[in-house]
Design a protein around this ligand. Structure first.
Ligand code: 9MR
Length: 379
């Protein structure tokens, strides 16, 4: 994108590079945006939210292997997900986004997609970017599911929290059975290079490593740790940085729900890993909570944020979805400036990985629940 005409109602704060790669972030706007910007290469700077706009290809641009759907910017310039919905309210406090997990199975449900458009500012692939989905056979990469998710996000002006590159679960046996250090190192690097590299410049963040800690804060026994020791963490983050230099790189885990031993172990691990240079940008706390389980959220987020890194609530769902539990979590994030985003682990209870605990903000008929109204009121 070589030339840019931006029409903003109030202030353009920062970052307008003379040359922005297609798919790259093209502008940071702090206030409202009334029209699109146009480059003479044919690419277009499309508004996502007050903190992020993305350079999308036009007819003159070279397209990636799978060409995303053509984007028609809203004529009013009103970003989807703005205004009175979850994302609009949340980002009005300076946060980056309130997102949801999704994939083709849920994007193809019209009622679900409509809520994603109205209330959420980002999507996370629930399963389509995991190792078994992308490289189930060694060095044979499959991106049909993840391309669908990424194309939907780009078409609808949503940011992307990509999930996840190195995880012991949903891991093909050909990886889990590797015992040789050099082999496993090259396999991890090849996976990260190909998967993160495919979406270079398109995603806000990547969960580089997922669920690597025990409850006592030590590293868990699984193939990556057992074969390589703790060094696999820095190696994976270094490979991810090289594959997608503009993505925020996260370490993500569950049960980081109070200032417990696991939180302390996480803080110590990121400090060790970043000691020779910042390669971890953020910590994700999943927050799959039980009923009444939100009381420690403030302490957990505060402890994680004390590292100076970004903190994100990455997979929020709460058994029973009591309004008070939800507002506790939201207020905890609002109170900590480093807490940049919330991602719900789904829209409707009916599509939740734990549907029987009715943990989400929309019921099985895609109607907002009491917790939704409470959260909106709290923001
Ligand atoms: O929601 C995901 C579900 O559809 C999958 O069957 C499951 C397989 O492990 O993974 C779920 O998502 C998990 C996420 O990737 C990591 N944290 C825990 C989530 C819930 O299990």
């Amino acid at each position: 994108m070589s030339k840019l005409l931006a029409f903003v109602t109030l202030a353009v704060v920062a970052q307008q590079a003379a040359s922005v790669a297609v798919w790259g972030q093209c502008a940071h706007f702090i206030l409202s945006f009334t029209a699109i910007s146009i480059g003479d290469s044919g690419s277009t700077c499309v508004y996502s939210n007050p903190y992020y706009s993305q350079c999308l290809p036009g007819t003159a641009s070279s397209a990636p292997a799978t060409t995303p759907t053509t984007v028609t910017p809203s004529p009013t310039g009103t970003p989807t997900g703005s205004g009175s919905g979850l994302n609009g309210k949340f980002t009005s406090h300076g946060k980056k986004f309130w997102g949801s997990c999704a994939d083709s199975n849920t994007l193809n449900i019209a009622a679900n997609a409509a809520i994603l458009k109205s209330d959420f500012g980002a999507v996370t692939p629930e399963n389509s970017l995991k190792w078994d989905a992308t490289e189930n056979v060694q060095n044979q990469f499959t991106f049909s599911g993840s391309d669908a998710l990424v194309n939907w996000a780009v078409s609808n002006g949503k940011m992307i929290r990509a999930h996840t590159l190195v995880w012991h679960s949903q891991l093909p046996n050909w990886v889990a059975s590797i015992t040789d250090k050099n082999t496993l190192t090259s396999v991890i690097k090849n996976h990260i290079t190909n998967v993160a590299g495919r979406y270079k410049g398109k995603v806000y963040s990547w969960d580089v490593v997922n669920e690597i800690l025990n409850e006592d804060g030590t590293l868990a026994s699984q193939v990556f740790y057992n074969v390589l020791g703790e060094s696999f963490v820095a190696m994976a983050f270094t490979a991810a940085r090289a594959a997608d230099p503009s993505a925020k790189l996260y370490i993500n885990d569950f049960n980081l729900d109070s200032n417990n031993a696991k939180v302390q172990g996480m803080v110590a691990l990121v400090k060790r890993t970043n000691a020779n240079g910042k390669i971890i940008d953020g910590i994700g706390t999943q927050m799959h909570l039980g009923a009444g389980g939100a009381g420690g959220a403030q302490a957990a987020i505060t402890a994680l944020a004390a590292t100076g890194l970004e903190v994100a609530i990455t997979e929020l769902d709460i058994t029973g979805a009591a309004p008070n539990d939800y507002t506790n979590v939201v207020k905890a994030c609002l109170a900590v400036s480093n807490c940049v985003s919330i991602t719900s682990w789904g829209v409707s209870d009916t599509n939740s990985w734990r549907a029987s605990s009715t943990p989400l903000l929309f019921d099985a008929n895609y109607k907002p629940k009491a917790a939704y109204n409470a959260v909106i009121a709290a923001m």
